[in-house]
Ligand binder design. Structure first.
Ligand code: GLA
Length: 692
């Protein structure tokens, strides 16, 4: 998978369908050579070197297409201030190390005490290349100041144009897919919020403007980091596109003491010749195999009480909901916010993680025992990184929150952020979480995070900006310890819905709460964006009440189910207000979901059509599942049929419900015939089996 040509000083990393090559220049700079279709080592050595076409003195002679730009006029991946004022870096090689699919290029500065390791890792069953960087202060004396320390920089071949795909949004409207041309100059995608963010998710896809769902070359990268981050794309005057990215946003600096190292998060890249759909499928498979801790496990059907009760949870109320949830087929009952401390609203209690004695007079165990008796697992909502000023914790430790000297502490949702970069804070958090999980039979945590950082600082600390990265590492550490000590514990990532979904958090969680917006029509777009990178087995989707609490939209129960069934189905409504008929229909649909679950959660996903008629198809072995959603359309307008994908043209497929037999070739060419009566909201679930 990794070859080296010592004559040309070129490394070639090969994955099943792609190749990546870099070389070490005469001056010691690691330079990009190739990222795309497979090449041999000899072919990689023949890739023409980039030359500034105008040969102008206004371009830097050594700057273009380096693996980690440190010099020149484009965005730099690494910015250092050495004692004495030097800012440029002049690399010298210390050789390289290959260990299986892992290549490490070793570099040091010619004069100053800085060493770097550029890491590249490939897998036999994935086209994703993982890259990260380690920087080390190798001297004694003064610290080094780093104002940028990116994980990796990426370059694509010269294309006729460059188009950026990304997802942007806000709370309750996250993951909105956008595609637009990259203008000349630089574009910065970033989060300054301390979390990866609702506003733009840390991945990009680049194509030449002509790729489609199932065709065309797409280059994509995704950052495995759950805090602030920055990716800068640079379309140069020579019409090349490079981008560089990593943790931290502008203005954040790290101080590297003698002997100290800084390891960046992974910034993973994927080249795919199979369009946006092929790109998504490759990321889904990679995340399932190489990112998620329990990727091959089927996710349970959850019931979550949040939309039903808000903060008004009580033992009796939860038991009543649990009985109905179990009847509907839920396998995991999750009690949301409101169970602890003085938590009757978002105004108090965060930090005081003991069951509220008024609501749970005998503690949590009676409820948990009842949930288990009903045959469900038990999960609970926590928000460990937060504190309300109106809490015993804050009264005891007002200095534990992120804050700056002589500055106000801005409240958002009446809460402040605990500094998870402080060992005493992570020790406290680990201690109560560990006790909570050990002393009760708790199988699942919904780990929430409900506000962005403000006044991020730690007075008295010599390196105050470290809070941005230390906090994330502290969260990771607590999650990792809990998982290691409680192997059956499963965790849902949540930050006011989908505010912290990334390859970093998915390495230690099992699913993500996609959005607080549970309106099925809005969810079609949100789920479409989520699934560009993240797999269905991580996409939590609840069916809730109608009209929807947020949008006021009234939707048929089946429609709500058919949208939520495209991911990890859950129930989130007030089942006590549902009629017996609705609960019966819900139970039937939950049972149906369990039947299609292996295909949805573990199959290969194809996105079909576009609104007003869109859907998603999953294929696993000889089974095909299609979920289709029709939005209201004027009478007489007939939406394009949903042409299925990835079928065998010569095979025949039987509809499991009607018994109708379809020819693969006809489904591929003319689409799936659907019964969608009327002109309003309508949906369908079709299960097909390939006949032998
Ligand atoms: C966030 C979550 C919700 C719910 C509330 C509880 O908004 O996204 O699902 O847990 O917090 O306060």
């Amino acid at each position: 998978m990794i070859e080296f040509d010592p004559q040309h000083r070129i490394w070639l990393l090969s994955t099943p369908a792609t190749a990546y090559a870099l070389r070490l220049d005469e001056d010691g700079t690691p330079r990009h050579v190739h990222w795309g279709r497979p090449l041999t080592l000899a072919q990689a050595a023949a890739v023409p070197r980039f030359r500034n076409p105008a040969d102008s003195s206004f371009e830097h002679p050594r700057a273009d297409e380096t693996e980690l730009p440190v010099t020149g006029f484009g965005p730099s991946a690494l910015q250092v201030r050495f004692p004495g004022g030097a800012r440029e870096i002049e690399w010298r090689s210390d050789g390289h190390v290959v260990d299986g699919g892992h290549l490490t290029i070793l570099l040091h500065d010619r004069h100053y005490p800085l060493a770097a390791e550029l890491h590249y890792r490939v897998h036999e069953d994935s086209d994703v290349l993982e890259r990260w960087t380690v920087l080390r202060h190798t001297g004694t004396g003064a610290p080094l100041e780093l104002s940028r320390a990116d994980s990796a920089s990426w370059s694509v071949p010269r294309l006729r144009d460059y188009r950026l795909s990304q997802v942007t949004g806000a709370w309750s409207s996250e993951f909105r897919l956008r595609r637009e041309p990259v203008p000349g100059g630089e574009i910065v995608l970033t989060s300054r919020r301390g979390i990866s963010g609702h506003h733009v998710n840390p991945w990009v896809m680049i194509d030449d403007g002509g790729a489609g769902e199932e065709h065309g070359e797409v280059w994509s990268t995704a950052l495995a980091w759950s805090g602030s981050w920055r990716v800068t794309l640079h379309r140069s005057p020579a019409e090349r596109l490079c981008w560089t990215g990593g943790f931290g946003h502008e203005g954040v600096a790290w101080r590297l003491e003698p002997g100290e190292s800084l390891e960046t998060p992974v910034f993973a890249g994927l080249y795919c010749a199979g369009g946006f759909g092929g790109t998504s499928r490759a990321w889904h498979a990679h995340i399932a195999r190489h990112v998620l801790p329990a990727g091959s496990e089927l996710r349970p059907v959850v019931y979550n009480s949040w939309e039903a009760t808000g903060w008004a949870v009580t033992e009796q109320g939860q038991k009543r909901l649990a009985a109905l949830a179990a009847e509907a087929g839920a396998e995991l009952f999750v009690m949301d916010d409101g169970w602890f401390g003085a938590r009757d609203s978002d105004g108090a209690g965060l930090g005081d993680w003991v069951p509220n004695p008024g609501k749970f007079p005998a503690g949590l165990n009676p409820l948990i025992a009842e949930v288990h008796r009903l045959g469900m697992r038990f999960g609970i909502w926590v928000e460990p990184e937060m504190v309300n000023p109106d809490s015993d914790l804050y009264r005891a430790h007002p200095d534990w929150v992120l804050h700056q000297p002589d500055r106000r502490r801005t409240l958002l949702r009446n809460q402040l952020v605990l500094d998870f970069g402080r060992p005493e804070v992570t020790a406290w958090a680990h201690d109560w979480l560990d006790r909570l999980v050990s002393e009760h039979e708790i199988d699942f945590l919904k780990w929430d995070m409900n506000r962005a950082f403000t006044e991020a600082g730690r007075p008295g600390s010599g390196d105050p900006d470290r809070v941005w990265t230390d906090h994330v590492r502290g969260v990771y550490e607590v999650m990792d310890r809990l998982r290691a000590d409680h192997p059956r514990l499963r965790i849902e990532a949540c930050a006011g819905g989908g505010g912290r979904v990334d390859l970093g958090v998915l390495r230690r969680t099992d699913e993500a709460w996609t959005s607080d917006n549970t309106d099925a029509v809005d969810r079609i777009a949100i789920q479409h964006g989520y699934g560009q990178i993240y797999p269905a087995r991580t996409m939590a989707a609840w069916v809730t009440d109608s009209p929807n609490f947020l949008t006021g939209r009234d939707l048929p129960l089946r429609f709500r189910f058919h949208v939520a069934m495209a991911g990890v189905l859950g129930l989130g409504g007030d089942l006590l207000s549902w009629s017996a008929d609705e609960r019966k229909e819900a139970a039937e649909l939950v049972a149906l979901y369990k039947e299609i679950r292996p295909v949805v959660q573990h199959g290969v996903q194809y996105r079909l059509g576009e609104p007003p008629l869109s859907g998603v198809q999953y294929v696993a072995d000889d089974r095909v599942v299609v979920l289709a959603w029709r939005l209201p359309a004027p009478f007489g307008v007939s939406p394009l049929p949903l042409r299925l994908r990835a079928l065998e043209p010569d095979a025949r497929y039987r509809d499991d419900d009607t018994g109708t037999v379809h020819h693969g070739a006809v489904l591929l060419a003319h689409g799936l015939p659907l019964e969608l009566p009327g002109t309003g909201y309508a949906s369908a679930l079709v299960r097909l089996t390939r006949l032998p």
